[in-house]
Ligand binder design. Structure first.
Ligand code: TIU
Length: 211
């Protein structure tokens, strides 16, 4: 089984690949956030949102590991000692389910969230420890922006021996030329950084392989 990809078919093993969704944050895709503050046209990034949503539905249905990353800096309350959790006469404590979800808890149940201080998801994060525990060797990449956090993470993963594919309609850049250049750089020289395929080819192959 394989995904119809460039520069040649991307093999699917018995163990499914992980879907890595990079930095799909309001800070990058909505007016008033970080991307906007940098002077970018954030509307450009919104085209990949429904594509990533479709990939996520497929990944969840087929049981692929899903990893979300978030570019964020740790405020001083980044950990929660028991003494803090016990403090006060609260009806709900940190970690309990409230009307807007679990109090002060990040992430999606059953999926992995990596908070990263840099552009790449391996630098100063536990991702390098988490991936071997999942047993995955193949990673499918989506998210923003193509040439900054997505490409950096994909190169980091490639250097660590992972087989990587970028889903081209599930990623976007503020600069169309930078996205195009990134896609071309990845598949150049026989796929020196990895593979590129569109979401239709990815979903079709995943359904055939793991459905
Ligand atoms: N500015 C820009 O293109 N991107 C970032 O700052 N971070 C990510 O790509 N997530």
């Amino acid at each position: 089984m394989h995904i119809d990809a460039q520069p040649y078919p991307f093999e699917l093993l018995a163990k499914p690949p992980a879907l890595v969704i990079i930095d799909m944050q309001r800070d990058f895709v909505e007016p008033g956030g970080f991307g906007d503050a940098l002077g970018n046209d954030v509307a450009r990034l919104q085209t990949c949102i429904p594509v990533i949503a479709r990939l996520l539905v497929t990944a969840r249905r087929l049981g692929l590991p899903v990893i979300h990353t978030r570019e964020a800096h740790q405020p001083d309350l980044s950990d929660c000692p028991p003494s803090k959790r016990q403090r006060g006469d609260c009806r709900l404590r940190i970690g309990d389910a409230g009307p807007m979800g679990r109090l002060l808890i990040d992430g999606v149940p059953g999926e992995i969230e990596i908070v990263k201080p840099g552009k790449g998801a391996f630098y100063a994060t536990p991702l390098q420890q988490i991936l071997p525990n999942l047993g995955v060797t193949h990673l499918l990449f989506a998210g923003v922006t193509t040439e900054v956090c997505v490409q950096t993470t994909m190169r980091e993963a490639n250097d660590r021996g992972y087989t990587c594919l970028l889903i081209e309609d599930a990623t976007e850049s503020y600069f169309p030329a930078f996205k195009q250049a990134t896609l071309e750089m990845i598949v150049a020289q026989g796929g020196i950084v990895g593979w590129v395929a569109d979401s239709y080819a990815v979903i079709r192959a995943l359904e055939q392989a793991y459905g």
